[in-house]
Ligand binder design. Structure first.
Ligand code: ZN
Ligand code: ZN
Length: 545
């Protein structure tokens, strides 16, 4: 191939990159997904196939600003709807057709991923799709039901069981609504709460940066973040026990400036502040994992995988390392053992009563969803000057370092460092190179969900909230798209590089044009409704196509 052809190719490639960038900018200004996933939609009645772009559904602004923004709007609507319900919500059905199809899709994708890994193909794109499906599954209320992510069938010995802390208990009522109070004028109030829970101090900080980095307890900060979601679970359990009703909540996990996760939680119904304080103080979670005090393997001396045994071996002595289950059995048998870690909340605690429809309530809803589009490790944009910013970066780097060799889960490769085979051990595991997101700088130890919504919050899933908005627009436009007839269309994923999908830039611009057409049509309808003197079409509702 001549030099000239090479140059030309590079030029074409360069030009294409530029177009894509410009197209992304246009898409962002128009609120159109910048990483749409192409699907071939086959109409089983007519046989007509067309390539349709499905929004990526990313929740982080760094991945896709329009999708992140839209996701946050839907979260706000969901939060608002459940906070002050006056009638019991209808809980989502156990496993609908939709849920089953999600699970099937998930299994199928996992298979594809396995094949890709086997063939040495990059799985980044597949991972993104799997993530999206996982989110849908979670939203559908089936957390942990897929791909062996549930706790597993291991029965712990009674000694290891987390005991319930000593807390008052109310008689249990079968309601999710909380109490009402009647004012002197006969008016009925149904107060709710907004609570902020924070982890303990690890050392003094100024502007989010440790005053004395050497004295800051990074190890504890790392472990607390890793197990924060368990602590939240315990808090909810204890809260329900004390409250005496089926307390519902909408919570978000957000980063503090010191880079620790904290929790904002909207609670339906109310409890006396003193009781809440008691619950917070009494809540803890014990991590019953093998000890990690002694580093047994590091540097060049690492356990080696033996295909024969199907496990890891000390190459010097030939000793087979204990499997995860064996290590836990040993722990159970050891009467002297302490938990690896105990997580508790800090003393800082904030609880406010909130009344339905108040400006306060609306402000809290915004607050709850404020940073949802940012990752936990991301700079929150409150620029504190170059020196403070450099300090923060160094602080983040130290926390990442502290997380590097902390086991994040039973399956973490770091267990090899401490002489234990990770759960589900397979060849190629290297301590310090666990690929779980908990170790990454964007997550800083917390790999759990950012939004936690109890099942009977609004009685509707995220997907239903989304469909609601969409259905409203479709109806307004008189375009039902045969949505009710879900069996009619067959959806097939279009492979990357498939010529039928066209160039990514063109696809984006096509979506922008489509959206603009919709918006114009919506404006026209709205104007007509206004002219007719009706109450309009719900002003302020945005097209979410
Ligand atoms: Zn997107
Ligand atoms: Zn890990």
């Amino acid at each position: 191939m001549g030099e000239e052809v090479g140059r030309e190719l590079r030029a074409v490639r360069g030009a294409r990159l530029l177009t894509r960038e410009v197209a992304e900018q246009v898409a962002i200004t128009n609120g159109v997904c910048i990483r749409p996933i192409p699907y071939r939609r086959v109409d089983s009645l007519t046989g007509v196939a067309e390539v349709v772009s499905v929004p990526c559904g990313a929740t982080l602004e760094s991945k896709c600003p329009p999708c992140a923004k839209r996701g946050r709007q839907v979260r706000r609507a969901q939060c608002r709807e459940g906070w002050h319900l006056e009638a019991e919500p209808v809980a989502p059905a156990e496993a609908s057709e939709h849920q089953r199809s999600l699970i099937e899709a998930r299994a199928h994708l996992e298979l594809q991923r396995d094949e890709a890994v086997h063939a040495g193909v990059d799985t980044a794109e597949l991972d993104a799709v799997i993530d999206a499906v996982d989110r849908e599954i979670q939203a559908a209320g089936m957390v942990g039901a897929v791909a062996g992510r549930s706790g597993g069938g291991r029965v712990r010995s009674t000694r290891r069981r987390q005991d319930a802390p000593d807390l008052p208990r109310r008689l249990r009522c079968d309601t999710t609504l909380g109490r009402t109070f009647t004012g002197s004028d006969g008016k009925v109030f149904r107060p709710s709460m907004f609570v902020t829970l924070t982890l303990p101090s690890y050392g003094r900080v100024r502007d989010g940066v440790p005053v004395d980095p050497g004295g800051y307890d990074y190890r504890r900060a790392a472990r607390d973040a890793l197990h924060f979601s368990k602590l939240i679970d315990r808090f909810v359990q204890n809260l329900r026990r004390v409250a005496g009703f089926d307390v519902q909540y909408f919570a978000s996990v957000e980063p503090q400036r010191r880079l620790a996760p904290h929790l904002h939680i909207a609670i339906r119904g109310t409890l006396p502040r003193a009781e809440l304080r008691q619950i917070v103080a009494a809540t803890y979670h014990q991590v019953w994992w093998p000890a990690v005090d002694e580093v047994r393997f590091e540097g060049d001396r690492l356990p080696v995988w033996s295909a024969e045994i199907g496990g890891y071996v000390d190459s010097d002595t030939g000793e087979v390392l204990p499997t995860w289950d064996e290590a836990l059995d040993r722990l159970d048998a050891d009467q002297e053992a302490d938990p690896l870690h105990v997580v508790r909340f800090g003393v800082q605690f904030d609880a406010q009563g909130v009344l339905v429809g108040s400006r306060d309530a609306d402000q809290r809803v915004r607050y709850l969803t404020k940073y949802l589009t940012k990752s936990l490790g991301e700079d929150l944009g409150d620029d504190a000057g170059p020196r403070a910013n450099a300090g923060r970066r160094a602080h983040a780097a130290r926390l990442v370092e502290a997380l590097r060799f902390e086991p994040c889960s039973p399956g973490c490769a770091n267990w090899l460092r401490y002489g234990v085979q990770p759960k589900g051990a397979k060849s190629g595991m290297v301590p310090g190179r666990c690929r779980s997101k908990a170790h990454r700088a964007e997550h800083l130890g917390y790999a759990g969900r950012r939004v936690l919504v109890s099942r009977k919050w609004s009685g509707r899933t995220m997907g239903e909230h989304k469909r609601d908005r969409r259905a409203w627009v479709l109806e307004a436009l008189g375009l039902d798209e045969g949505a009710a007839d879900s069996c009619r269309f067959v959806w097939l994923r279009v492979a990357a590089g498939d010529p039928e999908a066209g160039s990514a830039a063109l696809r984006l611009l096509r979506e922008v044009a489509r959206k603009q057409r919709w918006r114009a049509e919506l404006e026209r309808l709205r104007a007509r409704a206004d002219a007719a003197g009706g109450d309009g079409l719900g002003l302020g509702v945005r097209v979410c196509a």
